[in-house]
Ligand binder design. Sequence first.
Ligand SMILES: Nc1ncnc2c1ncn2[C@@H]1O[C@H](COP(=O)(O)OP(=O)(O)OP(=O)(O)O)[C@@H](O)[C@H]1O
Length: 743
Amino acid sequence: MTHDTFDRPDIEDDEHTRDDDTPPGGEVIPFPRETAVDPDAEIDHDQDDDTDGETDQDDDTEVRVPVDPPGRSRPTWSESVRGEQRRDVIPAWLRSREALREQSAWVLDHYKHVFAFHAVRTPVYAGTLALRSPLGAARLVGGALRWVSDADGRPVRAEAVRKADAAEYLKLAKHRDGKVRLRGTILAAAVLAAGVLLTALLLAGPTWALVVTLLGVVAGLGWAGAPEDRPVIGPAVVKAQAEKLSSGMVLRALGALGIAEINKAVAKGWGPRAFVAPITRDGPGWRADIDLPYGVTAVDIIERRDRLASGLRRPMGCVWPEPAYDQHAGRLVLWVGDQDMSQAKPAVWPLAASGSVSLFDPIPYATDQRGRVVLMSLMYANMLIGAMPGMGKTFALRIALLAAALDTTAELHVWELKGTGDLSPLEQVAHAYGSGADDDTIAGTMDSIRYVHTELERRAKVISGLPRDVCPENKVTPELAAKKRLRLHPLVLAVDECQELFTHEKFGKEADTKLTAIIKRGRALGIILLLATQRPDKDSLPTAISANVGIRFCLKVMGQTENDMILGTSSYKNGLRATTFTLKDRGIGYLVGAGPEASTGRSFYVDNPGAETVCTRARTARIAAGTLTGQAAGESADTDRTPVHDLLADILAVVEPTEAKVWNEIVVDRLAELRPDVYGPWATLDSQAKPAQLTTALKPFGVAVGQVWGTPVDGGKGANRRGITRDDITAAVTKRDGNRAAD
Ligand SMILES: Nc1ncnc2c1ncn2[C@@H]1O[C@H](COP(=O)(O)OP(=O)(O)OP(=O)(O)O)[C@@H](O)[C@H]1O
């Protein structure tokens, strides 16, 4: 069955809606009269046993109640027109700068190729034409003689001779003589003109004109001498195998899926009405918008993608059925590409050679089936990438990290727990970096996690201390991130193969608790968590983490559980099935949370040398901006792991609000307990240097230290010693945060 046309279903849609043989106005259901008159009366249940299925019109025990409301069965013009979806006035490829650029680049590239192809073969073409020119000359002379001698009329004259029809023959011979005379004259004139022109050129014309003419003559003769099946110039491109997508092909493929409802609908004539818009060219492929029969959903088709591809006689990687997210569940958008997505040349990452990034703006992350760039905004989000081994997780994580590296204000903590060094180019820009599945690397990862976790508290305090007009939404904004003293710059923590961390005997639980807190609270505070895993089960990826993540990229996985762990609960049911990707679909996955709708995309491909180049550029930019810190700046890993501390906040943390005044030495001991790596050395000083150390440290904050009354911790005699007043510390914090806000 083929259908080359489509009908708009909204026109005369009443017929369509009557596929189920329902009469207009709705079915009439008999109600027992007793029920209407006397609700307490006993209902005669025998009438339900009316086995012939027909309603007796004359039965005076029943009244008829229409099920559908009275009124027009067809929608009014206004109702049907208002319900219509408007098609783009200007095609999508003309509206998007990216798409326009892609289209123009393609046209330019195509003609560049055609030109280069023929230019390289010019000597071959010239030689072939020269070799064929004698044959061409012979054909030309033969053709001219046949024309002059009116060879075409010979069979007719021969027939007159055969019939011995003298009158007819004489008439034909006379006609031919006239023709031959005229044509002979024309040919002689043409030969003479050509001879004169050639002689004139030979004697008086410029050499180039003579050469061009001779070449032209030889080329022309060579062209005329070419055998019909072997033209001189071959095509520079081989036409794509892909056939134009027709409604017939689509319907045939849908009909072959083994869905009973479709088969029933096809038998009733469902078909051309299925297409809600003409099948159009959309990027490097065809798009069909289809209303499936009642009861069939787009998901029913998506889960049979392999069979659909077979029905369309296309490779799986060309066939991309999707739900129309803004429409009903039975609307299918089928995009059929000219080329298998996995075979297409990966697009070049727009930031590979130049450009910088602000993580507050969307970054180019992937390309969809149609070659359009898929953007992703990392700020205020976290990302989870999952796939079975070897499908492109690390590459996908690396793109996000390369973008973060190109934001000079972003602080990167990169931990790759596979140990292959796939993220090693980032070492030159990362504040903390480690590669390996060993305990030391995992301990290093934990240090970064603890640091980021501490940052949560600090950042939350800074933000809550800012005046409302400076921070109206209680979250980091580009303006606040730019204020260096607030230290609210983007903080990116990435863990590749994070299952190694979560399943670690010693650190697994702590990692779970701290990362859950980070994922829940970090978004507003400028903290971005990026996780990649090849084992998305509940032991390897805590559910609290998989449930709270914002952006999800799921490459090929084996089963529904992994699919839903990465993409979110019910994703499989809703048609997002990363199980349908093939092993060839490396780098291709479903991206959820990056835009209003889920999309299929292939992450940009930047290999290790390419990543080195990007990171070298990022490092230069960071040095210029003065933001190269931590390991990248040559600080040792130990120093690097030293948590950033806030002395005033730390004092407030160790001195209870009920303690108005505390001796310096007691404060120092408590601080050393809170942060041994920072304040530990202070606590080891002698009894005079210890309080003096705190006095010196507090001087830059303008906090004066005086004699305060107190008692030793071991319960000795009370005395006056150097100490702080808690209110002075609180006042200093208020003053400092106020100043920062005003910066
Ligand atoms: N976007 C992409 N486009 C094309 N090929 C890709 C893309 N991403 C990854 N690949 C290919 O897939 C291969 C595996 O990628 P990658 O190392 O990222 O996989 P992985 O899932 O991290 O593997 P493993 O689980 O072993 O760590 C790469 O060598 C690369 O050739």
